[in-house]
Design a protein around this ligand. Sequence first.
Ligand SMILES: *[C@@H]1O[C@H](CO)[C@@H](O)[C@H](O)[C@H]1NC(C)=O
Ligand SMILES: *[C@@H]1O[C@H](CO)[C@@H](O)[C@H](O)[C@H]1NC(C)=O
Ligand SMILES: *[C@@H]1O[C@H](CO)[C@@H](O)[C@H](O)[C@H]1NC(C)=O
Ligand SMILES: *[C@@H]1O[C@H](CO)[C@@H](O)[C@H](O)[C@H]1NC(C)=O
Ligand SMILES: *[C@@H]1O[C@H](CO)[C@@H](O)[C@H](O)[C@H]1NC(C)=O
Length: 301
Amino acid sequence: MVRGSSSRGSQKCRCLLLGLTVILILGAVVVFAAMIFTRRRDSPAELPQWKGRGSTPNLKEIMLGRCFTYIRMVNPELGKDCLKIWETFKNAFICKNPCNITEKDYQPVMELAAYPIPCNKTLLWSKTSELAHKYTKIQDNLLTLENMLLGYMADGLTWCGSPSSSEIDYQSCPRWDECANNPSSIYWKMASKIFAEAACGVVHAMLNGSISHAFVNSSIFGSVEIHHLNPKKVHLMKIWVMHDIIGGQSSDSCSGSSIKQLKSIVEGRNISFSCEDDHRSVQLIQCVAHPEEPACKICRN
Ligand SMILES: *[C@@H]1O[C@H](CO)[C@@H](O)[C@H](O)[C@H]1NC(C)=O
Ligand SMILES: *[C@@H]1O[C@H](CO)[C@@H](O)[C@H](O)[C@H]1NC(C)=O
Ligand SMILES: *[C@@H]1O[C@H](CO)[C@@H](O)[C@H](O)[C@H]1NC(C)=O
Ligand SMILES: *[C@@H]1O[C@H](CO)[C@@H](O)[C@H](O)[C@H]1NC(C)=O
Ligand SMILES: *[C@@H]1O[C@H](CO)[C@@H](O)[C@H](O)[C@H]1NC(C)=O
């Protein structure tokens, strides 16, 4: 009999048992942690691959719904095939590395959805999205990219695929700072380029004078749109610099250096240039929300 043969012997034995138990428990914890860790690494579904938001849920339903709204109610003369546009759009990014999208991928859908825009109707915008679209909603002599089918369908949405699956990735998509050639950035760059190339006559642009630089050359407007206006068709660019009615310290204006930089780029491309601060018909829309502010009085002086 070992047990209780001597008191010192049984104490030694208990110490040994306790030590063994601790080692066993520690070992189990390590194995368990390792299992969880490797499992996480093996299945990308549990850890998002990209830092950006995943594709917008119900992407297909939203885009098809918007397309049908557009061709049936907004612009019924268009005669486009929404199902075909959706399939062609999806094929541009599905089963592909979302950091390696090219303009060539979108070429088919851009061609399918293309239609001409009448002269003098183009309105470009930068950092004035909300105001520009409030304006075009009531003033239908100007159109932004988001008032055209391609912009209308994709406005505010996120989408991407993955090279290892034919599914849309709803978990995560690359953020613009993770890779420049992601599905949304390439789409908007290309749609903006085509929109600018199609412009003719007078082109308007609404810029934001309540931020430090109304014109930023790295924006889509500054890096894509102004460089794709065709000087043979566009003879004048009219800039409207708008300021917030409330708390809108005029940070920049037509006389600021950023607009001077824009002027020299536009004139360098043989397009005439004009600039106006707080164009009244746009300001009146801002005034609907702030009728008592000094800028909104009928007699402003
Ligand atoms: C990116 O796409 C091009 C053409 O589609 C292909 O040749 C290239 O190997 C791709 N690169 C990566 C890193 O996937
Ligand atoms: C565009 O505007 C210019 C200058 O304001 C005008 O001469 C021209 O007739 C307009 N074109 C159209 C199609 O309205
Ligand atoms: C200017 O930009 C600021 C910051 O993005 C925004 O809050 C404001 O509404 C913009 N102003 C106009 C007139 O669009
Ligand atoms: C933007 O302007 C800065 C100088 O103000 C210049 O160094 C830079 O090359 C310009 N970037 C582009 C894309 O034109
Ligand atoms: C601008 O127009 C002038 C004369 O009309 C021409 O000589 C010049 O080459 C043009 N410049 C550009 C950049 O197209």
